[in-house]
Design a protein around this ligand. Structure first.
Ligand code: SF4
Length: 344
């Protein structure tokens, strides 16, 4: 693959939400929800964006979708058929409209994202009608194609969302997201509201669709164990910043940030003979309004030294396509999946 295969490139992305107080709503500070995040996704590739809740990962997804305007940074999107690269971060909602079909999103709660008063046929037809993509027999044909794409029966088209299980509803959401042949799907915790038994089905469905349609995924999750199955690259975020970004094989083989090692140690073991080496993180995720000085992770880090509370570690390259923000990433001998028992 070459640089020209890059579908989306996020550079130094920031989103600061103002904190207002008093009758006159004076701005007294900012929540730095996303603070300098960079990554890229190639066509047909999956990038897992991982971190605890409140780390800013959903805000990144919403900025890519145009739901939030970034405070700073760039989001370069490659338009189809060798068209220009566009900086979505600078575009108005009206300018974004023709780009929207190419970037779709599925959400955590499939029930909340489906209109309970619309049948499945109406739900799937809506984006095709609004974007004037199909009508008449072609519209009906595409709707049938979509429901079959996600493994549901054509007879279900007349039913309403309440008649389905959580997993089936998420399939309907996936079908709707595929209606306009997107090139990038932003999946925000798409399985976390589902039973464990159904989660694997939805992940397998996403993989099947990716193989058929060659689209790219930004898969947002708090679960490092889930994204490891299908992500080519992983970004770990902590309090609005990237702490480690690497190809999945490198990251799981040899993590270089203590936060990555801790999350990895909590991925359930696949070995029945294995003695758990779980690292229990102390305390809560840092407050993004008032993060700790130096390394924001230092109050919870088992390897922290004095310098960690004084100096913020910069994100730096420590290997091919592998960047990390830790003062001691070269000195620490952190455990990878093999040692922790979560072998891929
Ligand atoms: Fe831990 Fe220090 Fe590295 Fe932060 S910089 S992750 S506190 S060792």
């Amino acid at each position: 693959m070459s640089a020209s295969d890059i579908l989306i490139e996020v550079k130094n992305l920031k989103k600061y939400f103002p904190i207002q107080k008093g009758v006159f709503k004076k701005v007294v500070g900012h929540v730095k929800a996303v603070d300098g995040v960079s990554f890229s996704i190639r066509q047909g590739e999956t990038l897992g964006l991982v971190g605890e809740s409140g780390c800013g990962k959903t805000t990144v997804g919403r900025m890519i979708m145009g739901a939030y305007r970034p405070t700073g940074g760039e989001i370069w999107f490659q338009t189809p058929d060798g068209g220009p690269r566009l900086n979505l971060a600078e575009m108005t909602p009206a300018q974004m409209r023709p780009i929207r079909p190419h970037i779709q999103m599925i959400f955590q709660d499939p029930f909340a994202s489906l209109n309970p008063r619309m049948t499945v046929r109406e739900i799937l037809a809506e984006p095709l009608i609004v974007n004037k993509v199909a009508k008449g027999a072609a519209l009906e044909g595409r709707v049938r194609e979509l429901i079959e794409l996600v493994g549901l029966k054509v007879q279900y088209l007349t039913r309403y969302p309440h008649a389905f299980s959580g997993g089936q509803r998420q399939r309907i959401c996936v079908a709707r997201a595929m209606a306009l042949y997107p090139r990038l799907l932003v999946a925000d915790e798409p399985t976390s509201a589902l039973d464990v038994s159904v989660q694997a089905q939805i992940v397998n469905l996403a993989l099947e669709i990716q193989n058929k349609m060659g689209l790219a995924y930004l898969f947002i999750s708090h679960d490092l164990g889930l994204v490891r199955h299908f992500s080519q690259k992983i970004v770990l975020m902590y309090v609005g910043k990237v702490v480690e970004y690497a190809p999945a094989a490198n990251l799981f083989g040899k993590p270089r940030h203590p936060y990555t090692e801790a999350l990895m140690s909590n991925v359930p073991s696949v070995r029945s003979d294995f003695v758990s080496h779980k690292i229990i993180l102390k305390g809560e995720t840092a407050d993004p309004i008032n993060p700790p000085p130096g390394c924001a992770f230092h109050p919870r880090c088992v390897y922290a030294q004095d310098v960690c509370s004084r100096e913020e570690p910069l994100l730096r390259e420590i290997g091919p396509d592998h960047v990390v923000a830790c003062h001691f990433s070269e000195a620490l001998d952190l455990n990878g999946c093999d040692a922790l028992g979560c072998a891929i």
